[in-house]
Design a protein around this ligand. Structure first.
Ligand SMILES: NC(=O)c1ccc[n+]([C@@H]2O[C@H](COP(=O)([O-])OP(=O)(O)OC[C@H]3O[C@@H](n4cnc5c(N)ncnc54)[C@H](O)[C@@H]3O)[C@@H](O)[C@H]2O)c1
Length: 349
């Protein structure tokens, strides 16, 4: 990725900085001149060592030796320590990537989602309001499309039929953010990410689980008998999109059509974008590419559909493309081979 842009010492708070996307964004912004304040509670939803290693990566990066990186191990739920962080650092931009992620885990552990994604999110946005944040960007998810079956998924569609608590909390985030934008003119942007993958990725997600199982000679669990389609999005495409969005906060829309309100638009400075590859891939094709990259054939255990899951995701990214003049484009062949190279090197397998 190019590292040309200068953030001119902007102070950017990134929550979930030890996470997959947060760590990649923190590194990118530090290399491009921002002051980055990272926050993460390093919870044990998955391997904490991987989270710590991501932080080490940021800290070892030569370009941030000049005190432009600060890390806070804390939870969004702790309003008063979060307030202290805002007070000490006075960020101008906040990117909220901290959340309890994962669809399947939300079936067994609803409380984790209520706490991080609702209580934590509400604390953060309240502080964004109090501290006059210039742009609040937050991670939503393709999961908000829930029961929609018409493809591709467009921001114009109604998203009122969530099929998992995870999806419901992400939709709630969008609604809360809209209300803050409307009430307090807080410029905010919600990003519906579509299955993000790549080096330093999440151990609870399919690519990681499949790679580990195939290398260990164990069967991979293929849900819905492989009848699944996913719009897989490579991490660099997400980071480039975020880079292009950070300094483009939405503005009030004076020509909003109140009589025919489009779910895609608002009078308030609030916007929502899909960020996906717009190129859905059958799950078994994805596995085939992984087998090729690893040079090993997978044993497949075919299983029924899991509750909360959806059969297909497919993003319409024309709105994003129009706004930032960029379209995620990494092919799965190239993305998977970069992931496999990282995985083998990191785990020495
Ligand atoms: N990776 C994807 O495919 C994907 C798809 C759609 C949406 N998203 C969303 O994007 C964001 C980032 O995802 P990711 O893949 O990097 O996930 P991740 O789990 O790797 O990162 C989230 C980080 O947030 C931290 N965290 C969780 N709850 C917290 C809390 N209450 N306080 C402080 N820290 C907390 C975790 O320790 C973790 O390091 C999340 O909001 C996720 O829901 C991700």
């Amino acid at each position: 990725m190019d590292h040309k842009k200068n953030y001119n010492e902007q102070i950017i708070l990134i929550t979930g900085a030890a996470g997959f996307i947060g760590a990649a964004l923190s590194q990118y912004l530090l290399k491009n001149g921002a002051y980055v304040i990272g926050l993460d509670n390093l919870n044990d939803y998955y391997d904490i060592n991987l989270k710590k290693e991501r932080i080490n990566q940021i800290e070892n990066s030569i370009l941030n030796s000049n005190g432009k990186w600060k890390f806070y191990k804390d939870s969004l739920e702790n309003f008063y320590s979060l307030e202290k962080l805002f007070d000490e650092n006075k960020p101008s931009i906040v990117v909220n990537l901290a959340a309890q992620a994962g669809v399947r885990y939300s079936i067994e552990n609803p409380q984790a989602y209520i706490q991080s994604n609702l209580v934590g999110f509400s604390n953060l946005i309240e502080l964004c309001r109090n501290y006059g944040i210039e742009h609040f960007i937050y991670a939503s998810s393709s999961s908000v499309y829930g029961g929609n079956v018409k493809m591709p998924f467009s921001e114009k569609m109604s998203v009122d039929h969530p099929v998992s608590l995870y999806g419901a909390t992400k939709r709630a985030n969008e609604l809360i953010a809209h209300s803050y934008s409307s009430l307090y003119s807080l410029p905010s942007t919600g990003l519906r990410f579509f299955t993000v993958y790549g080096p330093w990725g999440r151990p609870d997600m399919a690519l990681f689980l499949f790679t580990k199982a195939i290398i260990d000679g164990k069967p991979i669990k293929v849900f819905n008998n492989g009848e699944m389609i996913r719009d897989f999005t490579y991490i660099d495409d997400i980071i480039i999109s975020l880079d292009k969005l950070i300094n483009k906060p939405p503005i009030q829309n004076k020509s909003f059509d109140y009589l025919n309100p489009n779910p895609d638009e608002s009078w308030a400075p609030h916007a929502i974008y899909n960020i996906g590859n717009s190129c859905p891939i059958p799950l078994l094709k994805y596995v085939e590419e992984l087998e090729k990259a690893l040079g090993i054939n997978a044993f497949k255990e075919y299983l029924p559909m899991q509750s909360g899951d959806v059969k297909a995701t497919f993003s319409d990214t024309s709105k994003l493309e129009k706004f930032i003049n960029y379209k995620p484009k990494t092919s799965i062949k190239s993305g998977i081979s970069k992931f496999v190279r990282w995985y083998r090197n990191y785990y020495k397998v």
